[in-house]
Design a protein around this ligand. Structure first.
Ligand code: BMA
Length: 855
């Protein structure tokens, strides 16, 4: 009798399917997962689709069928009565054959997981698994012919029928690359008795004084076993070794419960530690020999999505509460990290989460047009305290709801929620991305009073998935996690700013509002908003190989910008706001990144200001669209595909800091408005008056009340003269909310305001904020500012005799590996701005660019 053994298959070969005399190609790597695009690139059969215009030349790959094969050894073990092949995911239309020609599996859903009993079907010694992947494009078009056409935005309509990552069909930031292949691990498990699934469901009592831990497991048994559950607390305390349970061979499920007093709780980043209980479930045979065991890390937290009336405003709140403490969310939307997901490594996910934490962000929304992410991403989110909003994998389409579709979706939901439910960072499941918005746009039947639960006969049939089938799966398999039918969703429709979440795209898309009006666009929770910005010059050099194509409107750069009307909208926001004297690539990169940063910074400050304490959580958070890219592109991402951080990354990092300052500039008339004024009444010069009033506030996202010293200085922008100074002395900043510090400070159109927050005891600078007349294009700048940058080992010091905006430092040459902890800063006279720059050496050359320096 021996314990279970597992073999992960690897060493694939591949070829085009159905092509006469086609030879097999051995994969260039030995990884367990692979896919056709990366293999074709490795074999030099296609050029890298990420480079130049190659995307156009590789479209035939998605129209073709492909097959993969791999050999593996199997030596029977008399102790093992059963063998399973376990598939973590196949992309997408796959037929699996074992040892020429036993068909053991057909799969048409990339998000399904499979366990196939192959007992008696394996040969002793060498075995071969072959998988045929039919073109998902053709498959979808067939389904479309059969079941009718459903409208999809981004990608072709047929995608609505196919349960494959929807962004593979092309998106407004992503290429059309219809890849396929064995994208998830495939394992041969040989055993007599095994645990198939373990879920340690931890429920923390309302007063946090105890937790009940219910450990549920599923097993396949060929004999009677005893199970043993061992729980090790974060402090090393081991308990409950007595909780043994006997299971008879015919049984397949069991559970063990225990109470934990004074549990050690898991917190989101900034609220407390990320600690875990280790739950070890073992099954043993009659002689107490272990047959199999599974370990789970369990973070215990009490979780609520709070939607309750607010003081003095209509609608309801929408914020997350963890361990009875409200958590203001400053986060981002996450799209898949690559067009070819098998190229992503655990290290890539760890780095992505690290960048999110370093940007003072505490949530990632895993957007519905991508995938249910790799375990590595959730593991890292658990470990770093980053909350996860998980969409189900539907986006921007009218989806069908015929019986086969419902069946495949229900199974997908069960497979994925069972996989994900142990991750304590997941705080919400949402039914889809923007499908109710699509219903509104297409004027589909969506009667909010109709709660029948079955809308399959309407032209918005998928409502039945989002409001009936998916919530049932979440309630059954992840009962402690709230469910939200869509993002956005709530109240009178998807644009209701007073209930639920909104996607605020009236800056950039929609009515294309001025970003200076962001304070009038805030909702209860803003789960998407964004502004496009070009990637770094060094990134562009990597994907645009012909130097002649390195200008902003080039054919290649246009191909690497998928956003509808992007050049017009970028021009609108750049030209409407800043002075541009040159359209060379470097200047355009700077210009687009500056307006992206300005826009997102206005948004983050405006949202966060509305977190005003108990009963006044008028905004519970904001999620930037988007933190990452899946290929090299000009997009809304704040970190480009090659990892270079755009200016917006740093600017919003400062706005999201635990302790931060905010300044807004307005006119008394504009201040009164709750929504942007009708555009016809507000030509640009009306928003650029000669005098303004400023409000100044502080944000304390920590859980401690804090005392801080606040200083306000007003400077003439062109001369650097200090016009007014106001030391507000020590101010009390109450925990977990904003505190208004000053109202209606009058300033004129040549004055920039700087606010500094200092530690009340030792005077060190905790936070800075600045505010400038808008739009910046009307501001007179100093002709010859004296800006000095002192380069030291691992840091820089910046000084200036006049206020400068958006100062960016880069090392020359720019491919040196230096990590700037801050950048894109505003520098004021009488202040030394120090930036930590790891890897910087004191004789390094740096390049300095700021608003006005190159225009
Ligand atoms: C949204 C998203 C995406 C899209 C983005 C930018 O609303 O959900 O579908 O990529 O806007 O247009």
């Amino acid at each position: 009798m021996s314990s279970a053994s597992t073999l992960t298959l690897s060493g694939w070969r591949w070829r085009q399917y159905g092509k006469a005399n086609e030879d097999w190609h051995q994969c260039a790597h030995d990884k367990p997962t692979t896919e056709i695009f990366t293999d074709l690139i490795d074999a030099k059969i296609i050029p890298d689709p990420f480079i130049d215009e190659n995307e156009r030349h590789v479209q035939w790959v998605g129209e073709a069928d492909w097959e993969y094969a791999c050999d593996f050894q199997y030596e029977p073990d008399s102790g093992h009565s059963r063998q399973d092949l376990v598939f973590a995911g196949l992309d997408t239309v796959a037929t699996v054959l074992l040892n020429e020609e036993k068909e053991i599996l057909n799969s048409t859903n990339m998000f399904h997981r499979h366990r196939v009993d192959v007992t008696g079907k394996l040969r002793h010694g060498l075995n071969t698994l072959r998988i045929v992947f039919k073109s998902a494009l053709h498959y979808g078009r067939e389904l479309e012919r059969k079941h009718g056409s459903y409208r999809a935005f981004s990608g072709e309509n047929s995608r609505a029928h196919v349960r494959k990552a929807q962004y593979h069909y092309g998106w407004d930031w992503g290429p059309l690359l219809m890849t396929c292949g064995p994208c998830g691990d495939i394992k041969l498990e040989s055993y007599s008795s095994t645990l198939i699934d373990v879920f340690a469901d931890a429920r923390v009592s309302d007063d946090l004084s105890s937790a009940s831990l219910n450990v549920r497991f599923e097993a396949t048994l060929d004999q009677d076993v005893t199970t043993k559950v061992t729980v090790t607390a974060p402090d090393g305390n081991v308990f409950n070794t007595n909780a043994a349970l006997s299971l008879a061979a015919k049984e397949s499920r069991g559970s063990v419960s225990l109470e934990i007093h004074e549990p050690q709780l898991w917190y989101p980043v900034g609220h407390g530690p990320q600690v875990f209980y280790l739950v070890d479930v073992a099954i043993m045979n009659r002689d107490q020999i272990p047959l199999h065991h599974v370990k789970k890390l369990v973070g215990m937290r009490r979780l609520r999505l709070v939607q309750q009336p607010l003081k003095g405003e209509s609608g309801t709140s929408f914020f997350f509460e963890v361990n009875n403490k409200p958590v203001y969310v400053s986060g981002s939307n996450w799209i898949p990290g690559h067009s070819f997901l098998t190229a992503m490594t655990a290290k890539d996910y760890a780095l992505a989460v690290d960048r999110c934490v370093k940007a003072n962000q505490n949530m990632l929304r895993i957007w519905g047009g991508g995938i249910y992410e790799h375990d590595a991403l959730y593991e890292e989110c658990d470990r770093r305290g980053v909350l996860v909003w998980q969409d189900f994998a539907f986006a921007c389409a009218q989806y069908p709801c015929y019986p086969e579709f419902v069946a495949t979706v229900k199974r997908e939901a069960v497979d994925q929620v069972k996989r994900l439910r142990q991750y304590c960072s997941i705080v919400l499941y949402a039914g889809n991305n923007e499908d109710y918005q699509i219903a509104e746009m297409l004027n589909l039947t969506w009667d909010r009073e109709d709660h029948s639960g079955d809308w399959t006969d309407t032209n918005f049939p998928a409502r039945t998935l989002y409001e009936t089938h998916l919530p049932v799966v979440v309630a059954e398999y992840a009962p402690a996690v709230p469910y939200h039918p869509s993002s956005p969703w709530g109240g009178d429709g998807t644009t209701d700013r007073t209930v639920g979440d909104i996607h605020q795209w009236n800056v950039w898309h929609g009515s294309q509002e001025k970003y200076q009006l962001w304070d009038k666009l805030v909702g209860r929770f803003v789960s998407e908003f964004g502004m496009l910005g070009f990637p770094a010059a060094k990134s562009i050099r990597r994907y645009v190989t012909d130097p002649a194509q390195r200008y902003p409107q080039s054919r290649v750069l246009d191909l690497h910008n998928k956003a509808d009307g992007a050049e017009r909208r970028l021009a609108l926001y750049v030209l409407g706001n800043i002075r541009v004297n040159s359209l060379d690539l470097d200047s355009w990169i700077y210009a687009t990144q500056l307006i992206q940063g300005e826009c997102l910074s206005f948004a983050v400050r405006s949202c966060r200001r509305q977190w005003k304490g108990p009963g006044q959580e008028y905004c519970g958070g904001q999620l930037i669209w988007q933190i990452n890219d899946c290929w090299p592109v000009s997009s809304w991402a704040i970190i480009d595909f090659y990892g270079d951080k755009k200016m917006a990354y740093f600017m919003t990092m400062r706005d999201s800091a635990p302790l931060a300052l905010g300044i807004s500039r307005s006119t008394p008339e504009l201040k009164k408005l709750k929504s942007p004024p009708p555009q016809i009444l507000a030509p640009p010069h009306d928003l650029a008056p000669k005098t303004y009033v400023c409000d100044i506030w502080a944000m304390n996202g920590t859980l401690q009340d804090t005392q801080a010293q606040i200083e306000i200085r007003l400077y003439d922008i062109s001369t650097g003269d200090l016009r007014e100074e106001n030391s507000m002395g020590i101010q009390s900043l109450f925990s977990n909310r904003t505190t208004e510090l000053m109202e209606d400070l009058s300033v004129d159109d040549q004055t920039a305001v700087q606010a500094i927050m200092r530690d009340a005891h030792d005077g060190h600078v905790i936070a800075r904020a600045s505010d400038w007349p808008q739009p910046l294009k009307y501001v007179s700048l100093c002709d010859a500012p004296d800006v000095t940058v002192s380069v030291l080992d691992d840091k820089l010091e910046i000084r200036s005799n006049v206020p400068v905006k958006g100062l960016v430092i880069s090392v020359v040459p720019d491919d040196r590996d230096v990590e700037f902890e801050d950048n894109a800063v505003d520098v004021f006279p009488n202040d030394v701005y120090t930036i930590v720059a790891r890897g910087l050496k004191k004789d390094d050359q740096v390049e300095v660019r700021y608003y006005g320096s190159e225009f």
